[in-house]
Ligand binder design. Structure first.
Ligand code: SF4
Ligand code: SF4
Length: 215
């Protein structure tokens, strides 16, 4: 897997507050959250230890394969039925999608998302991820030389840069390249700078409203 849903862990204190004095069952995810180091076996066991140090009872744990797979989750959670039933709270160290899949199965305990879900991104290095897509429902990156300003420009500029870029870096976050600087260079390389003269209509965000898809 080289593109995935990027998450970051919530603060421990915030999770402890949500759990209160209730027994908790911890769930991780074998894919994105494992690669992000936010919900693999290592993080699940580390969370177990941290919660137990706070005198919170952990009834059990499992790493789902992956958490967003409803049928696999049902099968795996069945094996942990007793320990899940002993818990009043379920802490899910996965993305928001995985947490909601779990909440479709476990109805009697409160589901607590242990991570914040950030974006669909690319793995640059072992522990470095960059946003690539906002899942807008109508991909238009071909208009920009295969680079997406919808997701990669904080202002989602479609008709050129905002003018704030300094030395090719974004004015909103100087750690990332200004995507419009990259688009300009890419189109120049391809001899397609004329494309920048075309005025792009505002993005049709109604296309992003699809909430169900069947094949
Ligand atoms: S145009 Fe939309 S679908 Fe395509 S990469 Fe950008 S955000 Fe994702
Ligand atoms: S500097 Fe570039 S990437 Fe940053 S907001 Fe402006 S146009 Fe977008």
């Amino acid at each position: 897997m080289n593109v995935m849903i990027i998450t970051k862990p919530k603060e421990l204190e915030c999770l402890v507050k949500s759990i209160g004095e209730n027994p908790v069952f911890i769930i991780g995810c074998s894919e994105c959250a494992t690669l992000c180091h936010t919900g693999g076996e290592k993080e699940v066991l580390s969370m177990k230890e941290k919660l137990e140090k706070k005198n919170i009872k952990v009834t059990g744990w499992v790493v789902l394969d992956p958490a967003c797979h409803l049928l696999n989750d049902k099968r795996l959670l069945k094996k942990h039925k007793n320990k899940v039933e002993q818990a009043k709270k379920i802490l899910v160290l996965a993305c928001g999608n995985g947490s909601q899949t779990v909440s479709e199965i476990i109805k009697d305990a409160e589901i607590i998302p242990g991570n914040d879900t950030l974006f669909l991104g690319e793995i640059k290095r072992l522990s470095e991820f960059e946003k690539r897509c906002d899942m807008c429902g109508e991909c238009i990156q071909d208009l920009f030389g295969g680079l997406c300003p919808v997701s990669r420009c904080p202002k989602s500029m479609l008709n050129g840069p905002c003018g704030g870029s300094i030395d090719g870096k974004c004015e909103v976050n100087s750690e990332v390249d200004c995507i419009w600087d990259m688009i300009y260079k890419r189109l120049k390389e391809k001899g397609q700078l004329d494309r920048l003269k075309e005025i792009r209509a505002p993005k049709n965000w109604s296309k992003s409203l699809e909430t169900r898809r069947t094949l």
